[in-house]
Design a protein around this ligand. Sequence first.
Ligand code: GAP
Length: 472
Amino acid sequence: MAESEIKKEEKQQKEKSPDLMEKIVSLAKRRGFVFPGSEIYGGLSSSWDFGPLGVELKNNIKSLWWDKFVHRRSDIVGIDASLIMNPKVWEASGHLKEFNDPLIECKKCHERFRADELIKSEDWIKEKKFLDTLSPGDKEQRIRQLFRKCPNCGAEGQFTRPREFTLMFKTFFGPAHSEKSTVYFRPETAQAMFVNFKNVLDTTRNTLPFGIAQMGKAFRNEITTGSFLFRTREFDQMEIEYFVREKDWEQYFDYWVNEVTSWIEEVGIDPKKVHGEEIPPEERAHYSKKTVDFNYDFPFGRKELYGLAYRTDFDLKNHEKMSGESLKYHDPESGEEIWPHVIEPSFGVERTFLAVLLDAYHEEKDRIVLRLKPKVAPYKAAVFPLLANKPELVKLAKTIYGNLQKKFYVAWDDRGNIGKRYYAQDEAGTPYCITVDFDSLEKNDVTIRDRDTMKQERVPIGKLSEYISEKL
Ligand code: GAP
């Protein structure tokens, strides 16, 4: 999307929901969820660092996903591949070609545009094919003819020379910087699953339908970034390539719509705010024959949270062609050698993190509370001695804390009054606060306060671990 359009949309949304994003960004910083990247040097545009609580929330989201889609199933296995792959991978996948567009800037208003955003997508696909046949000089001239009037300020013929713009992050593999040593950081985790298809087949007993899952970093030199974690240049993806027989693709596409929907509820995103939208053919990625985007009602607009694509046999076929290695599957059902077709659910970790935070955030009369699902909450409980200057209370509270730590990530707090400690844990999303008081010394029980209801109950110390486990 063009920078001007994004800014306009953000402005409109800000008017609708004046400061929810600001409040989330502020809480994220205040409580150690997310810090601006390289902050002491003035930051780095749209780069964010996950702090002590953020890394826990992020890891819990990832573990929940891995648990649901890999460990609890017998038809999906995981891999963890290199971020940098042989550049031929990106030739075969089409990224080197498709992730390349001329970028032009209006000299008057300094807005930058990607060519495919200025003319209708289907025309651009045809135009791009034509441009690829031209010499660099002719290409530039043609681009200047195509783009005359700036859609932002209306200036005529004020565009700069088009610059080839690539979404791929380029670097050099090894100390010599040359054309030959040029490599790219992966723009999606997906390709490693195709490249390792044969290795996975040879080392597992999987038969169709089966999937390969991966989570990890992806890099894209987005022209415009912003809206906090929503669009960054470095982000984490969680993806599954689900291999099926061609005849079954529609059935499994529908199946994955349901699986994505069930994940959304499990992780703590409000399903009422998520809307499936089928993408028209001219807007689909080059590899896809059907795409459904799951769009979430962010405070800055309804935007893509996740994607689900039918990638056909595009990737396996192209990698086979490029590598010369057979990537066919011997189908025991038909006895044939086939390229399986692929259904790909793709989940962004940061967008999940942001939607989870937005839906968990609640302002109440005397507190701000993050109603995170206990499974993803950074701390599962916090332990307090009622008074920090009573050694017998501190000693018992420390013992409880130490025992719980063997099973859960638990917070300790003995500063200030109990009200302040509750306030801090509510903002951190900690589901249970455990207070050790004078009765605890005699009765061997403690008070547990529930984050959401604020109700308190007495629980025997020996039952604490079971009590927390049951709620997770
Ligand atoms: N393998 C398919 C693929 O990568 P995509 O729609 O380009 O498809 C998938 O990306 C998901 O990755 C998106 O739905 C989103 O959650 C996340 N994502 C993509 N670009 C992102 C960015 N610049 N910043 C944060 N998350 C991003």
